[in-house]
Design a protein. Sequence first.
Length: 240
Amino acid sequence: MVCQSLSKVEHIDQEGIDSASFSDLIFETFTTQLSHGVEVPVCEGGAEIEVTFHNRKRYCDLVRKARLAEGALQAQTILKGINAMVPASLLPLFTHREIELMVCGAPDIDLNELRQYTRYGVTVDPDAPHIRILWRVLEEFTSEQRTLFLSFIWSRTRLPATEEDWSEQCMKIHTLECSNPDSHLPVSHTCFFSMEWPRYSSVEVGKAKLLYAITNCTDIDADHTAEGRANMAMSLEDET
């Protein structure tokens, strides 16, 4: 928003504003408000220097510089941490997208990969109708909805970047046994990357219930209940 406002001021002449009318619209001095709400000068004596039609571009440059420098200390600290693992001099060899991929993994949830690392409770048939419904629902989800699903079940937004990063982790699916499945929401246990999935009657019902859960159930506060511990103790099949 600051950049958009500065751009308007910098190119205000394109709106038909000249030096005569500028002072009727802009009442700024060479100061800016930082993220923590404190007003600071962007140059020596900035609080006493009015922004005019002729010095507006310098004002915009100084404000941008001040705002971009706000996180300099934090950025240097992050860089110091990165440098402890990988020489910072090597970072220019990669684009920011490549570094993001190596550090965080792919932003899109690969369902084929997720299937590969999914295990089912011993009483769960991977070919059961409600399990097929689950995968149909995930296939119909958008990329953003799949990210919300992963956050709902595992409290993270990306899959591990490599097979080594997966280690012994896997998504665990159990059946939520209940008398009226279509009236129940799925239950997740984020600490265990696990979900109890009701025997929904259709893809439409399953999708509506899961969408509601991933959109509205964002608190992580019940994993260490008796139900959560019992879920962790459930034995799993070795193969999906």
